[in-house]
Design a protein around this ligand. Structure first.
Ligand code: GTP
Ligand code: MG
Length: 207
């Protein structure tokens, strides 16, 4: 799949204000600062598309990007779909009230958005399994929302540590999951995992 165009569309405070649900949609979610916006930019090869930041809590709304893709570069066929950049969870500096608001907004979005095909859950590959991430994937399981795990920032640690952290995360999941969802290892800097994620999207777009 070749991305021929990627444009920022709109930021919405709630699911009812999102663009018309008339094309396949893929959302990126995970802890604050895990690299959601950077991953979207890497996939679209446009560093200015989604706003990134060294300080957590940058993305606060539901951000829609409209993507146009063709099967190969230069081909005439095209399809259009949405990428969605969501605010991160687990940001320490927010009040309980703000956190509840976030949880409600995200739950509504995830459970009500009828064109949502797949959620990509980003997990920082530098760390051992974090309770918050495990809780989140388990919650998605309870809601029966399909997701793929994305282990980010793999360029920042040596490969043995990355592999060990991923293995531990998957082992922790096995306590509640009989079959594990797919996972991808990424680096926004080295473009690792780009083809794999685009292939997943391309196949789902055709269903
Ligand atoms: P919020 O919107 O605040 O929740 O953050 P986010 O998940 O969108 O993270 P963002 O993409 O803004 O990235 C956070 C920081 O991590 C930035 O300084 C990025 O440059 C850095 N970063 C993201 N992905 C990678 C990666 O794959 N490798 C490295 N080395 N740095 C990364
Ligand atoms: Mg962001």
């Amino acid at each position: 799949m070749h991305i021929s165009k990627a444009v920022y569309l709109i930021s919405s405070p709630e699911v009812d204000k999102c663009p018309k649900a008339d094309r396949p949609e893929y959302a990126f979610i995970g802890r604050s600062n895990v690299g959601k916006s950077s991953l979207i930019n890497m996939l679209c090869k446009n560093q200015k598309l989604a706003k990134t930041s060294g300080s957590p809590g940058k993305t606060q709304l539901i951000n829609h990007f409209e993507i146009t893709s063709t099967s190969k570069e230069g081909m005439k066929d095209f399809s259009q779909w949405y990428l969605v950049d969501l605010p991160g969870y687990g940001f320490a500096k927010v009040s309980l009230n703000q956190r509840r608001q976030w949880e409600k907004m995200i739950e509504n979005y995830l459970r009500k958005r009828e064109n949502l095909v797949m959620v990509f859950v980003l997990i920082d590959s530098r760390h051992e399994p974090q309770e918050l991430d495990l809780e989140f994937v388990n919650q998605l399981g309870e809601w029966e929302i399909p997701f793929t795990m994305v282990f980010t920032k793999s360029d920042k640690e040596n490969q043995r540590t990355v592999a060990k952290n991923i293995r531990s995360f998957l082992d922790a999941m096995r306590e509640t999951w009989q079959f594990l969802p797919a996972h991808v290892v990424t680096s926004a800097i080295k473009q690792t995992g780009r083809d794999k994620i685009l292939n997943i999207i391309s196949e789902l777009n055709q269903q």
